[in-house]
Design a protein around this ligand. Structure first.
Ligand code: BGC
Length: 733
């Protein structure tokens, strides 16, 4: 058993609300141990220094899990830091610990308790072993972070003089929930200097980083004793060029500093901010680079690249990348700025495919799938966001289906069947939940009696679709029962596929899927073979999930709907599949038309408005310069960035052969379009880089495909198949 289990949880004897705590321990050590290993976790988030040196290169530890069930601890090799006289100092702030939507209170720890657990093991050449554990000999004191809150930010008071700490109190808090770190550590990944200094018409001094990002600023302050400095972080300027913070809802996103007359380096320690701009008060700024922004996200290796002849599309791709960077912080969040920042299941469901092409997210998602497993209800239902404290019964289609879609996608991208094994029960219980719901006949409540349709359940629907007259309405026009039953079928099919990979019997689910499809057709397809619900999303789902084998009438319905609207009208549910489906039905030209459209609504409209990340809404900032409702209008929400997977798979044509996984068998089938003179890009996997390029030249269209070692590959272009070799292949047509 790891050493940390011999340590005790400690908390300060007294703790003022909202302040951060330093836990300190002095000890002498015989120089020099052969090895020194620290294991540490906390209720809150910590930073840790031994003899003034930072122990960890990651931040916001121990990360975010459902703390009632599991709390990660980290292990660090600190051999190099140990001296004869030693001081371990651990700062603990609130972090996700008592988050608006998440709570961890019990008889032992009240709402505000910050607590620490740590063990330090010194091993000597002669075999001696010294263990230092958190216990009553540690001291606890308030530190100069007088206020800290995940959403509101931090207040640092440099005039605050730390008092000598008082002995920490041991608390009998459970250690059963401690688990070794599973996720990808959150790290500081790049530093962006402030780029523009703006004086707004209302008189605010604003620094523009020219990039929406997630992280925190770093800067030096020097002010007279008692001077107050305030930084406000926000995403957008109004059309008149003034500070716009309404869409942050209650999240203040501030840093407040109280000066003591000396120069200090400021860096927030216990939270992060989602912002492009910072408004500065109380400090004179002469150059924008007096403040730098540190970009933080979970460590993930960049694996995908894309580039083409059109700058707007390149910027769109860039925005997708930044949407991912901004929202992968131990948990895949909906947004990094307003008072939410939650692991919304639906958002991750739609984005996980492109996420896995852009970056290696295997470890990141494996950890979050662990969170999903512990949060799955006994019924098999899945909460709408994870971790959660809410009693939300969850179970919304397309949100809860993350538990089938995500493991399957991770298997497809990384070829690792363990991820399916780990999550098989999670997948199965969710499908079983839908089946048992479908079996509950509730005719009195107007719910269908069909035992194969997932109807009458509460759903988010085609979130933020534009097919209702009210363009700010959230649920979209697609019948929620249709979405429910379509995803019931889809999840059952993914469960069957997973069963086949794992060699498990799936007769029952095959039969189930067959019956869902039959019932779906009977109820939702009319005599002409079209969806009775006349929306883009309804047709997209039926086509994409293979719910009706006679594709033509559905294909016609979809093209008619797109052509008559002249643009997409889909929301979170339909958007990820829309271009894939259009391409599948031979309407690649229409896919390109939608992709390259610049007017609202479209993927490129935000780009024309200067967007540097994906927006939550198609109409977040309207052509007339007004904003959509501040109630829900984030400018860093990755969901619509799912279009990136079409760019990799269809535009570049990097696809896997049906039935294969982990890029062992590649089919290059790029869809070219004269709107572009070239497109190129790659996805790196365990075998190497899969690269694709096409370019219109005077010789025709020149294709270049690079095939890594140990990979089978072919190209399928204009109905012809070409066998490809390892290395570079060129085809001119
Ligand atoms: C979030 C979404 C989420 C939704 C639920 C919102 O507040 O930001 O992205 O999926 O609620 O429908």
């Amino acid at each position: 058993m790891d050493n940390i289990f011999s340590a005790s949880w400690i908390k300060p004897a007294r703790q003022r609300k909202d302040t951060a705590i330093d836990f300190t321990k002095h000890f002498e050590a015989r120089p020099f141990p052969k090895k020194a290993e620290l294991q540490i976790s906390c209720l809150g988030v910590y930073n840790c220094f031994i003899n003034g040196k930072n122990v960890t290169s990651s931040v916001l530890n121990p990360g975010w899990t459902d703390y009632n069930n599991r709390i990660q601890y980290q292990t660090y090799d600190v051999t190099e830091l140990i001296e004869k006289e030693n001081t371990v100092k651990v700062g603990v702030g609130i972090g996700w610990r008592f988050h608006k939507w998440y709570d961890l209170s019990s008889k032992i720890i009240s709402h505000g308790t910050l607590a620490l657990i740590a063990s330090l093991k010194l091993t000597y050449e002669d075999g001696e072993e010294i263990n230092i554990y958190t216990d009553g000999s540690w001291k606890a004191s308030e530190n100069n972070v007088r206020y800290n809150n995940m959403y509101n930010g931090e207040t640092v008071d440099f005039t605050f003089r730390e008092k000598e700490g008082t002995p920490a109190r041991v608390i009998p808090y459970t250690k059963d929930t401690l688990i070794p770190h599973e996720g990808a550590p959150i790290t500081e990944n790049e530093v962006i200097r402030g780029k523009k200094l703006i004086k707004t018409p209302e008189g605010d001094t604003v620094i523009d980083f020219c990039q929406e990002l997630t992280g925190y600023p770093v800067f030096y302050v020097k002010g007279k004793k008692g001077d107050k400095i305030k930084l406000r972080h926000f995403e957008m300027l109004t059309k008149d060029g003034n500070v716009y913070t309404e869409n942050l809802r209650s999240a203040k996103q501030e840093i407040n500093v109280i000066c003591d007359g000396k120069v200090h380096f400021v860096k927030p320690l216990y939270t992060f901010y989602g912002f492009r701009y910072i408004a500065v008060e109380g400090m004179e700024i002469t150059s924008p680079d007096e403040i730098c922004a540190v970009v933080v996200h979970s460590e993930m290796k960049r694996t995908g690249h894309f580039n083409c002849s059109d700058d707007t599309i390149n910027q769109l791709y860039n925005n997708i990348i930044w949407g991912q960077k901004g929202n992968f912080l131990d948990v895949p969040t909906d947004c990094p700025q307003r008072d939410e920042r939650l692991g919304w299941t639906g958002d991750a469901q739609v984005f996980c495919k492109v996420a896995s092409y852009n970056f290696n997210v295997e470890q990141f998602f494996r950890k979050w799938l662990g969170d999903l497993r512990v949060m799955q209800k006994n019924s098999g239902s899945i909460p709408s966001f994870v971790p959660t404290k809410s009693d939300d019964h969850g179970g919304s289609s397309a949100w809860a289906d993350v538990v089938t879609v995500l493991p399957w996608q991770m298997y497809l991208t990384y070829g690792n069947r363990e991820i399916l094994e780990e999550n098989y029960l999670l997948m199965k219980k969710w499908v079983d939940f839908m089946r048992s719901w479908a079996l509950k006949k509730k005719p009195d409540e107007g719910v269908s009696t069909d035992p194969y349709l997932f109807e009458g359940h509460w759903h988010f629907g085609d979130w933020l679709a534009l097919d209702l007259p009210d363009k700010e309405a959230v649920g979209g026009a697609t019948d929620k029962d249709i979405i429910g039953s379509a995803f019931f079928y889809y999840s059952a099919c993914l469960l069957i596929k997973a069963s086949q990979v794992l060699g498990k019997d799936c007769k029952y689910y095959k039969n189930l899927a067959k019956n869902i499809k039959k019932s779906f057709i009977r109820k939702y397809i009319d005599a002409n073979g079209r969806m009775i619900c006349n929306t883009q999303t309804a047709a997209v789902l039926a086509l994409h999930f293979g719910l009706y084998d006679k594709k033509e009438p559905l294909a016609q319905q979809l093209t008619e709907l797109v052509n008559s609207a002249g643009h997409l009208t889909t929301g979170f549910v339909g958007t990820p599949y829309l271009l894939h489906v259009l391409s599948d039905i031979g309407e690649s030209g229409l896919s390109y038309k939608l992709l390259t459209r610049k007017e609202f609504p479209s993927w490129c409209y935000p780009v024309t408005q200067g967007a540097t990340t994906m927006w939550e809404r198609w109409n977040g900032y309207k052509p007339d310069g007004t904003f959509a409702t501040p109630e829900m209008n984030s400018f860093n929400h990755y969901a619509y960035g799912a279009v990136g997977d079409w760019m990799y798979e269809n535009m570049l044509g990097i696809k896997q052969k049906e039935g294969s996984a982990g890029f062992t068998d590649i089919v290059f089938s790029p869809e070219t379009d004269r709107y572009f003179s070239f497109a190129e890009g790659s996805i790196e996997n365990r075998f190497g880089k899969v690269y694709s390029r096409w370019e219109f030249t005077e010789n025709g269209c020149e294709y270049t495909f690079k095939v890594p070692e140990n990979t089978n590959a072919e190209a399928r272009i204009n109905g012809k198949t070409y066998k490809l070799n390892t290395g570079i292949n060129k085809i001119v047509l």
